[in-house]
Design a protein around this ligand. Sequence first.
Ligand code: SAM
Length: 268
Amino acid sequence: MAVRWLFFIIVVGILGGCAPKPTSTPTSLPEPTLAPPAQASPTVDPYLEKRLKLVDRTMRNRGIKDERVLKAMETVPRHEFVPPEYIDSAYADHPLPIGYGQTISQPYIVALMTELLQLEPDDKVLEIGTGSGYQAAVLAELVDEVWTIEIIPQLAKQAEERFQRLGYDNIHTRVGDGYYGWPEEAPFDAIIVTAAPDHAPQPLIDQLKNGGRLVVPIGPPGGYQTLWQIVKEGDDLKAYNLGGVRFVPLVGGGQSGEPGLLEDRFGQ
Ligand code: SAM
């Protein structure tokens, strides 16, 4: 504004010096018109278009219907969750390495598993296998609070730093063996396991609310597994087979190789 006034004064001063003297007292000076205040330019996301295309092509067109899930997938910047050397591949529909022999999951599978959790905004959700933190961020777009457990401390630390940087202050992270869940915070409306156990972990089933959903890939390490949605109905469990998937193995104390609950109850 000061610059405008200076300009105005100079111009009026120069013209005043050249022009014939006014014969009458000048009327009051016109109010200078001010430019609207400068707006802080919104941060431009150079990957937005790629992300929207990915969601359309690999999720909407492949049957993901929950609009809230699709919106979350359009919102979370996957490129922020991959190592710098993979940023250009962040919006291809496949898993990527994140170090320590682990991966960030394929976006379509993240959307599918998230949809299977059937989340309501006030649901309590637990994730086993924080990894990069991407899945937890997608969940954090959908519910008020998310709990996530990672067994590799370095990955947990990196994920926590990302959550802070990106403003996800509704995610609680813990280092530990997720096979045993987070009993102090139980019961949960939904639990998602993003590494493959060889059987359904009983502690996770115990930590589900009545009506709660557990989404988990189950099968032998190194091979293909079956993706299950298990719904707790009183003392009963209903299990739905969603087909073949491939995940890194769940490691830790719970992997005894003993026949698991699904084998016991459903003859799988
Ligand atoms: N959800 C992750 C993401 O969005 O990036 C991807 C998960 S990655 C496929 C599987 C993760 O599970 C790895 O980070 C691995 O260290 C972790 N994991 C394996 N066994 C675990 C256990 N018993 N408890 C907690 N985390 C475990």
